[in-house]
Design a protein around this ligand. Structure first.
Ligand code: GLP
Length: 242
């Protein structure tokens, strides 16, 4: 009903009217992530348009990232997670604000000092005592990211201070990062990484690195998060400067 009648007289082409209607249905959550769309034939019948029109509308929504096609099983509402580009938020906050339950499986938690090689990328002085946290991070039951975080030991009372959220623990200690630099790049995932993230061989990999700073400019975290396939979608708002 939300889509209403497609109208030949409107100056918007029929496929764009259909596309707009479906987009609205997704935005209003009348169609939910992972919902299957009816077959093209049924949609064509329902809206009294040709299958070519339906196909064109769906193609448009697939390229916008709102729908996805799965070989042999049809078209579905995409379930990827959108992440604002400029907000300094934690994984826990990102997932909670989307109504998902964040969960972590600990792979490793350790204490050590920064090696010269590590010092090059983390910005910590060689020999700085650090805590290292390696987790597989889930949204509900879906593994989303394989994450490695290094935090200087001064920032936390102990290794055990981090139980679920790193940023919560840093916040409690008065050391939550206030600013950060973030870098994204395409990477090839190793077979074990792909497996941990429930990907398929050949899936694309994304590495997100973050260096977080305290108000006074000291580095308080260096993290590397690996994502697999198209589960994550980074969105940036671009504006012209006046
Ligand atoms: C994101 C950031 C990491 C940060 C993490 C903290 O994944 N990319 O740099 O360490 O959030 O998340 P949480 O507080 O849930 O442990």
């Amino acid at each position: 009903a939300i889509i209403g009648r497609l109208n030949e007289e409107q100056n918007l082409p029929l496929y764009q009217q259909l596309q707009r209607g479906l987009r609205r249905a997704i935005e209003m959550k009348l169609l939910n992530p992972e919902d299957a769309l009816p077959p093209e034939r049924d949609l064509a019948e329902e809206f009294n348009v040709s299958r070519i029109t339906v196909r064109k509308a769906l193609d448009g929504l697939v390229s916008e990232g709102l729908l996805m096609r799965r070989q042999g099983s049809g078209t579905f509402v995409a379930s990827r997670v959108e992440k604002s580009f400029s907000k300094l938020s934690s994984f826990t906050e990102d997932m909670t604000s989307r109504g998902k339950t964040p969960r972590s499986v600990w792979l490793r938690k350790s204490q050590g000092v920064v090696s010269p090689e590590e010092a090059m990328s983390t910005g910590f002085a060689p020999g700085t005592p650090v805590y290292r946290f390696n987790r597989l991070r889930y949204a509900d039951d879906t593994p989303m990211a394989l994450e490695f975080c290094t935090v200087p030991a001064f920032a936390l009372p102990s290794l055990e201070a981090v139980q679920s959220s790193l940023y919560d623990a840093l916040e409690k200690a008065g050391n939550r990062p206030r600013r950060a630099l973030q870098r994204l790049r395409a990477v090839l995932l190793t077979a074990p990484q792909t497996e941990l993230l429930h990907g398929k061989e050949g899936d694309a990999g994304l590495l997100v690195e973050r260096r977080g700073f305290l108000q006074d400019g000291r580095t308080v975290e260096f993290s590397q998060s690996y994502y697999c396939g198209d589960t994550y979608d980074f969105v940036a708002e671009l504006t012209t400067s006046e």
